[in-house]
Design a protein. Structure first.
Length: 214
């Protein structure tokens, strides 16, 4: 009798755990963080939108930080430790790296993304990793480096292709954010989207996550 009760309890606990929300860490930059522009409300950030639209199936952990490049590899391990029960890691970086104008920027980005993957898999071999191509920008709205805007766009396009290739090689998921943000949503500084821009990102992110995590 006792054994039957314990077995039933274990089955119930396992089923309950399986029905719990999937925790997704999003390791990104200021667009992930969602504090720019200042008028952007927390509920309007793309990560919050994705979580809300999941109907309780996903819990999205915002590990965004303003100005973060892919070379900030030492910041990933602490982020993972803050959410040890996470099942998915989304890496959304590259926008800040697009200001790396000297030759070899693509190779440097790829090397740093590879390090991030290795750190994540060392910390949790079961963690599902999803890489994202960086977002597009609006060169007409850029506040800095206007003279190098064309090179920055070239970097972003090249980064996206390199990240897609790396995701295939490392057996990671891939979501393409380039070209998703409408130019009219990038009028603050050419880089940080408004609420409509975050909504556009959220739509693509949700579709990509559903496809990868099905």
């Amino acid at each position: 009798m006792l054994r039957a009760f314990l077995f039933a309890l274990l089955c119930f606990s396992a089923a309950h755990a399986a029905d719990g929300p999937l925790k997704i860490i999003v390791f990104g930059d200021s667009i992930t963080e969602g504090k720019t522009p200042a008028v952007l409300k927390p509920a309007e950030r793309w990560i919050e939108r994705v979580q809300a639209s999941s109907g309780g199936k996903w819990v999205c952990v915002n590990e965004g930080k303003g100005g973060r490049p892919a070379s900030a590899v030492n910041e990933l391990a602490p982020a993972l430790k803050r959410s040890p029960d996470a099942s998915v890691l989304v890496i959304a970086l590259g926008t800040n790296d697009s200001r790396d104008y000297p030759a070899g920027s693509v190779e440097r980005l790829s090397a740093n993304m590879t390090k991030l993957i290795e750190i994540a898999r060392t910390a949790n071999p079961k963690l599902q990793i999803i890489l994202c191509a960086p977002y597009n920008i609006n060169i007409d709205g850029l506040k800095h480096d206007q003279d190098k805007s064309a090179r920055r766009v070239e970097n972003l396009v090249a980064f996206g292709k390199a990240i897609e290739k790396l995701s295939a090689e490392k057996k990671c998921g891939f979501i393409n954010f380039y070209g998703v943000i409408p130019p009219g949503s990038l009028t603050t500084d050419g880089v940080h989207p408004d609420a409509a821009g975050h909504a556009a990102i959220a739509e693509v992110a949700e579709k990509g996550l559903k496809e990868i995590l099905k």
